[in-house]
Design a protein around this ligand. Structure first.
Ligand code: ASP
Length: 435
């Protein structure tokens, strides 16, 4: 009836991002950076806080509901196994791709002695902070990460977003308990978590109404805090290799997997996941993006709630393809700049350590860089080399988070298809793309 077609969400977010960039650049030019920090940046922080606020309850509600809906333990282990295998497969592919690119393009050979010196001295302090953080991780024994997954107090675990894996553990465990008790006794709790899940997904919708403003504030704030353009230029070839690798993952690898295994077109996939990708870019955090990823995957990509509720929270915390690719490229780049030769065995070692390090990286801004220290150590590359790549870490973090989130969404579609739980999206865009 001639109704006006509304601008879709991803366009609104993109416009918000562009305006944020423009305002940021203008503020730097007019020397008004401080004003942006005081009056615009806080709104970005509020936006991220809102997303983080609902991440924990969402994980609890969706996982308990997801697991208990499966109705038997065999189904849960089948889905769990497929999820883990696919996550490892995508991560190893990403690291290998990064290694091929960095060894072919060799960005480290073009860095002059002066640039090397400048970067090393300028960012030595920042690098030391990351190295200290990584040391704390390492000093705790090889099985400590496993021990860390099992909380000794639920409320303590749920009180910090850093403990997501602990909460996931509890929620799966609780869900298993629900499967095992008589259905009539489980029903009341299932209904409760079902309702809670619905409420939180509705909150995601509400928060997303403010997303264009949120990303505007985030990007304006980032631009005024960014280091000088000169440093970006010096690290251009390294950044290009990372971005190229991430682009291959996002534009080619994931859509191809989706097409091959589910028959859904790249257009359908990107339209569905687009807003989550833009948020991942703006927030640099898979954890903060998780509520939106869940909403998009369930309502726009047709993944059943019980699969999305299980696969995505786990993916946000352990599956980081973009991060692992970046860690591989960064490690070899630093070695190249420092004139260290890495043989085949060291490079194979990087595949293993970058895979593990990305699993151990928290889903928050900059976490990938802390865990990079472990990759450097294992390959015998000096940790101080971290200072070389510091200047461009934030923009690369924004892009690797996009790959991380897209990888999670892809795996959720593949797992859903494999267990017969990929259906029609709940929203109308479907008809434009059905084949
Ligand atoms: N920011 C990334 C994420 O949250 C992790 C990282 O690579 O630093 O997915």
């Amino acid at each position: 009836m001639g109704a006006k077609k509304r601008l879709s969400l991803h366009w609104k977010i993109l416009i918000g991002m562009l305006l944020g960039l423009m305002v940021g650049v203008l503020a730097v030019r007019l020397d008004m950076g401080r004003w942006v920090q005081d009056w615009i940046k806080p709104f970005g922080k509020i936006f991220i806080n809102m997303l983080k606020l609902i991440a924990m309850p969402l994980i609890i509600a969706s996982l308990i509901k997801g697991v208990s809906d499966l109705q038997d333990i065999a189904k849960l282990s089948k889905m769990g196994l497929r999820t883990i295998v696919l996550y490892i497969f995508t991560t190893v592919t990403a690291v290998s791709l990064g290694l091929v690119l960095v060894n072919t393009i060799r960005p480290g050979t073009g860095i002059s002695e002066t640039t090397r010196h400048n970067l090393l001295s300028r960012y030595a302090g920042d690098a030391t902070l990351r190295i200290e953080a990584a040391k704390k991780q390492r000093a705790r024994g090889p099985l400590q990460p496993l021990v860390d997954i099992v909380p000794d107090n639920f409320f303590h675990a749920a009180s910090s977003n850093r403990n997501m894996l602990q909460v996931i553990f509890f929620a799966v465990f609780f869900g298993i308990g629900l499967i095992l008790i008589p259905p009539e006794k489980a029903q009341v709790l299932k209904d409760f978590f079902d309702g809670l899940n619905e409420v939180i997904l509705k909150l995601v919708d509400l928060i997303m109404l403010t997303a264009p403003f949120g990303v505007f504030a985030l990007l304006a704030g980032l631009v005024v805090d960014a280091p000088s353009v000169e440093l970006f230029k010096a690290l251009l070839s390294y950044s290009v290799v990372v971005v190229l690798g991430l682009a291959v993952l996002v534009v080619f690898f994931y859509p191809t997997l989706v097409r091959l295994f589910t028959g859904r077109s790249p257009g359908f996939f990107f339209k569905g996941i687009g807003p989550a990708q833009l948020l991942a870019f703006s927030t640099s955090s898979s954890a903060a993006t998780l509520p939106v990823t869940m909403e998009r995957v369930e309502e726009h990509l047709g993944v059943d709630d019980e699969v999305a509720g299980f696969v995505l929270p786990i993916g946000a915390t352990i599956n980081m393809d973009g991060t692992s690719l970046y860690q591989a490229v960064a490690a070899v780049f630093i070695a190249q700049v420092m004139g260290i030769h890495l043989g085949l065995s060291e490079q194979l070692g990087i595949i293993a350590t970058a895979t593990l390090a990305s699993i151990g990286s928290a889903a928050v801004p900059g976490a990938g860089m802390v865990m990079l220290v472990i990759v450097l150590n294992a390959a015998g590359i000096p940790e101080a080399g971290l200072a070389l790549i510091f200047a461009v870490d934030r923009p690369l973090d924004m892009m690797r988070t996009v790959a991380n989130v897209t990888g999670d969404a892809t795996v959720s579609m593949l797992v859903a298809k494999s267990v017969g739980k990929l259906g029609r999206p709940k929203v109308k865009e479907w008809d434009d793309f059905i084949e």
